[in-house]
Design a protein around this ligand. Structure first.
Ligand code: ADP
Ligand code: MG
Length: 729
C-alpha cells in the first residue's frame, strides 16, 4: 500500500508547469464567444423575434410559441456553427450540482431523411425524469414527473460540443424542484418593492435588480495525490492526517507569488470562463497552503449564480487538464483554513444607481440609509433562516472555527455608519422635529460619503459586513449553490421594503411630511434591529457571550439549524411573497437534512474502511517489526541488559496495541450506531442520529489514527501525509 503513496509522490515530481494555449487576441475580443448573447441574437434572429426575446428578458414574461420556434432555429444555427452536435436543458436540482441530459440535434424522419432539428418546443420545455433528483416529500405525494422550462434571462451557451439552455425545473404539479425557480421569484419581488421605495425619490426608476459578485475559494491538489487519498476522492476532505509541522503559521501563502503550475491552471480557467461569458477578474493565493481564490465582476444575481455554478464545473474540468483536482469542500484539511464563497450583494436601479452606495446629496443619502437599514433589519428578522441557507455538512466545520464567521448572524456597518445610526436614533423622535433639528440632521446625512472615505476598517470576522458600496455575506460555503442564501436574502429584503413602504405611507397619510415619516420609521428599525449590529471580533468568546445576552441565536446543531426552513416566520415570508409554499418549504427542509445525513454516512463508511483495511494492517506490520526486534534482542542480551534497553520498544508495542484496539472498538461502535439509525423512520430522527451519535466517532477514530501516523515507520504509511498534500505544487 505504501507504494501507492510513494508512486504518487514520484509522479508528482516529474510534473512540469503545464502550457496554456493563449488565444492570439485579447480577452475583450473572445469574451462571450461561446454564449448566445444579444450580439449573436441580433445576427441569428429576425428583428421581430430579437425584440420579443429582449422584452421577455427584461420583463421576465414567457415567450410565445411562434417566437420560441424562431429563437430555437437561430440558436441551433449558431450552436452548430460553434461545432455543437447536441443540446441540453441545464438546471440546478437541489443537490449542489448542475444537471444535464444531452440529446443530439440529429434526427431521421419516417422517409429516412437525415437532418438537424431543434424547435421551439424542445427549447421551451423538456421532461426529464424527476424521480432521480432530490425532491423532499413532493415526489412521494405527487407525480414523479417533472419538466424543465427555458429561462431566457440567462443566455444559452456552448460547452464542448453541447448547447446548454438554462432552465427552471418544476414538478408536474407546479412545485419548484430547483434553486432557480424561487430565486427568480425573489428577484421579481425585490424589483417590485425596491422600485416602489425608490419612487419616494425618483419616479423614473422602472426596475431594481439585485447584484451579486461571488469570491470563490478553493484548494488544488495534484491528481496523483488525490487518487492516493480515498477519503479526499470520495468525501472531498481528509478524514485523517496529522497536522504538518509547518502549515499556515507563517502567513507566507496569502497573496504570495503564484506557483507556475497554478498560474497555468488559472490562466486556462480564465480563458475558458471568459469564452463562456463569466467575467473573472481577480486571482490570488489564499491563507492556507495550496488554497486560492478567484472573483468575477459582479452581475445581476440570477446570471451571477448561473455563472458561479458553471465556473465550478469549468474549474473541475480545467484542473484535470493540468493534472490537478480542485477541492471545493469547505474544510478539506483539519487545522488550517477552509474555503468559503463571499457573496457580495447590492441593489441597483435601471437609472444606474447603486442603492447601497452613498450619493452626493442628502436625498441620495437618505435613500442609501433606507436600503442599508432595511437590509440590516431583514437580516435580523430572518437570521435563523439565513444560517439554515448556508449550513451543510461541510460548512459546519468552518463556521465558528476561528477562520470563518461563527454561527451567530450579525451585521457589521463600520464605526462611522454606526455613529450615524446612533445619531438618527437620538435626534429623530416621534414628536415633530423643529426646522433647525431637521436641517442639522439632513446636513449630517449629507456627510456620509465623506465619512465613508476614511471608513477603512474592514471587519473580516463578521458574517454580514457592509463594505462601502455593498454587503458581503461571508458565511456561504465554497461548494454551495449561491441561490440558497440569495433566495433568503432577497426574499427577506423584498418583504422588509414592502413593510417599510406601508409604514411610511401610513404616517404620510396621517399628515406627517415624507422625509420625517421616513426618518421616524428608520429610527424604529434602528432600535428594533440593534442587537444584530456588532463591530467587534466575531471570532471571540466574548462575542458568543454577548450575543447570548442580546438574545441572538447561536445554533450549531444541524438538526436544529434546518428547522428554520419550516418555522412560522419562514412560511409567512415565503407564502406572503408567493415564493415557496409550505409544501415546497417542507420539501426543501427534507432535502437538506437528507443531504446532511448522507454526507456523514458516506464519511463514516469511508473512514471505517480505511481504518480497518489501511491503517490497522499497517500498524500491525510495524508492530511485528518491533516485536521481532525485541525478540532478537532478548536472544542476544543478558536479562539485565535487555531490561534496560528494550523498555522503550516494548512501550511502543503496547502503545500501538492500544491505538489499534481503540480504533477497532470505535469502528465497531460506529457501525452499530449506523445500523441502528438507518432503521429509524423519519429523516429528522436520522439527522439527529448521524450528527449526534455517528459524527463524534469520526473524530475519535481519527485521533488514534493520527497518533499512529506519528509512530509508524514512514516507509510503511499508506496515505500521503499533510506535509505532502499541502506542500507539493
Ligand atoms: P475583497 O476580497 O476585497 O472583498 P474582491 O475584489 O476579491 O474584494 O471581490 C469583491 C467582489 O465584490 C467582486 O466580485 C466585485 O465585482 C463585487 N462587487 C463590487 N461591487 C458590487 C456591487 N455593487 N454589487 C455586487 N457585487 C459587487
Ligand atoms: Mg470580499
Amino acid at each position: 500500500m505504501a507504494q501507492i503513496r510513494f508512486k504518487a509522490i514520484e509522479k508528482l515530481f516529474e510534473r512540469q508547469a503545464e502550457k496554456v494555449n493563449f488565444p492570439s487576441n485579447k480577452a475583450s475580443d473572445y469574451f462571450g464567444e461561446n454564449v448566445f448573447d444579444k450580439s449573436k441574437m441580433r445576427k441569428y434572429l429576425s428583428k421581430e423575434s430579437y425584440k420579443s426575446v429582449v422584452k421577455s428578458i427584461e420583463s421576465g414574461k414567457r415567450i410565445d410559441r411562434k417566437v420560441a420556434d424562431q429563437v430555437a432555429a437561430g440558436m441551433k444555427e449558431w450552436a452548430i456553427s460553434q461545432g455543437a452536435s447536441h443540446y441540453t436543458h441545464w438546471f440546478h436540482p437541489l443537490n449542489d450540482a448542475t444537471a444535464e441530459k444531452h440529446d443530439a440535434f440529429f434526427e431521421i424522419n419516417t422517409k429516412g431523411e437525415k437532418f438537424e432539428n431543434f424547435d421551439g418546443e424542445l427549447l421551451a420545455q423538456q421532461e426529464p425524469d424527476a424521480s432521480s433528483f432530490p425532491s423532499g416529500g413532493i415526489r412521494n405525494t405527487f407525480e414523479a414527473r417533472g419538466y424543465t422550462a427555458w429561462d431566457p434571462s440567462s443566455p444559452a451557451f456552448v460547452i464542448g460540443k453541447t448547447l446548454c439552455v438554462p432552465t427552471v425545473f418544476i414538478s408536474y404539479t407546479g412545485e419548484a424542484l430547483d434553486y432557480k425557480t424561487p430565486l427568480l421569484k425573489t428577484l421579481a419581488a425585490i424589483d417590485e418593492s425596491a422600485t416602489n421605495v425608490c419612487h419616494y425619490f425618483d419616479k423614473n426608476v422602472k426596475k431594481v435588480i439585485s447584484t451579486l459578485g461571488v469570491e470563490q475559494e478553493y484548494f488544488l491538489i495534484d491528481n496523483a495525490l488525490y487518487h492516493a487519498r480515498p477519503d479526499i476522492a470520495l468525501t472531498g476532505r481528509t478524514l485523517m492526517g496529522h497536522s504538518s509541522a509547518k502549515d499556515q503559521q507563517l502567513d507566507d501563502h496569502y497573496f504570495g507569488s503564484i506557483p507556475d503550475r497554478v498560474m497555468a491552471f488559472m490562466q486556462d480557467l480564465e480563458i475558458e470562463s471568459h469564452k463562456l461569458g463569466i467575467p473573472l477578474k481577480t486571482r490570488h493565493n489564499e491563507v492556507a497552503p495550496n488554497q486560492f481564490e478567484c472573483a468575477p465582476i459582479f452581475e445581476e444575481t440570477n446570471l451571477s449564480v448561473d455563472h458561479n455554478q458553471l465556473l465550478m464545473d469549468v474549474m473541475r474540468k480545467v484542473a484535470k487538464r493540468h493534472n490537478f483536482r480542485v477541492l471545493l469542500h469547505e474544510k478539506p484539511y483539519k487545522g488550517i483554513n477552509g474555503s468559503g464563497k463571499h457573496n457580495n450583494w447590492s441593489l441597483a436601479t435601471d437609472t444606474g444607481v447603486n442603492l447601497l452606495k452613498p450619493g452626493s446629496t442628502p436625498r441620495q443619502n437618505l435613500q442609501f440609509l433606507i436600503f442599508l437599514i432595511n437590509t440590516t433589519k431583514a437580516v435580523y428578522d430572518h437570521s435563523d433562516l439565513l444560517r439554515a441557507s448556508i449550513v451543510s455538512a461541510g460548512n459546519l466545520h468552518r463556521l465558528g472555527a476561528n477562520e470563518a464567521p461563527p454561527s451567530i448572524v450579525s451585521v457589521f456597518l463600520g464605526a462611522k455608519l454606526t455613529q450615524m445610526l446612533n445619531e438618527l436614533e437620538e435626534k429623530v423622535s416621534e414628536k415633530k422635529m423643529t426646522p433647525d433639528e431637521k436641517t442639522a440632521l439632513k446636513l449630517n446625512v449629507g456627510k456620509i460619503p465623506e465619512i465613508l472615505l476614511d471608513n477603512t476598517d474592514r471587519n473580516r470576522t463578521s458574517p454580514f459586513a457592509f463594505t462601502g458600496n455593498r454587503f458581503e455575506f461571508r458565511a456561504v460555503g465554497s461548494s454551495e449553490n449561491c441561490s440558497s442564501p440569495m433566495i433568503v436574502l432577497n426574499a427577506a429584503v423584498a418583504n422588509q421594503l414592502k413593510e417599510f413602504k406601508i409604514e411610511v405611507d401610513k404616517l404620510i397619510e396621517s399628515g406627517i411630511k415624507k422625509d420625517e415619516a421616513i426618518f421616524q420609521i428608520l429610527r424604529k428599525y434602528i432600535i428594533e434591529s440593534k442587537p444584530v449590529r456588532f463591530e467587534g471580533n466575531g471570532y471571540s468568546q466574548e462575542w458568543v457571550e454577548e450575543a447570548e445576552k442580546r438574545g441572538l441565536t447561536n445554533i450549531t446543531d444541524a438538526t436544529e439549524v434546518y428547522k428554520a426552513y419550516i418555522s412560522d416566520s419562514t412560511i409567512k415570508l415565503f407564502g406572503d411573497n408567493n415564493i415557496l409554499s409550505e409544501i415546497e418549504l417542507n420539501a426543501r427542509y427534507e432535502v437538506r437534512i437528507e443531504n446532511y445525513t448522507k454526507k456523514i454516512q458516506i464519511e463514516a463508511r469511508v473512514l471505517g474502511d480505511l481504518a480497518i483495511n489501511h491503517i490497522i494492517p499497517t500498524a500491525i506490520k510495524y508492530q511485528t517489526v518491533l516485536v521481532n526486534n525485541v525478540n532478537g534482542l532478548k536472544n542476544l542480551m543478558s536479562e539485565e541488559e535487555f531490561n534496560k534497553m528494550a523498555g522503550a520498544r516494548i512501550d511502543l508495542i503496547k502503545k500501538i496495541s492500544r491505538h489499534i484496539s481503540s480504533i477497532k472498538n470505535n469502528v465497531t461502535k460506529m457501525v452499530n450506531e449506523r445500523k441502528r439509525i438507518n432503521k429509524l423512520e423519519t429523516e429528522e430522527e436520522k439527522i439527529d442520529g448521524y450528527s449526534n451519535h455517528v459524527f463524534p466517532y469520526l473524530d475519535k477514530i481519527r485521533y488514534n489514527i493520527d497518533k499512529l501516523e506519528l509512530i509508524v515507520d514512514d516507509k510503511l504509511w499508506p496515505l500521503p501525509k499533510y506535509r505532502e498534500l499541502l506542500f507539493n505544487i
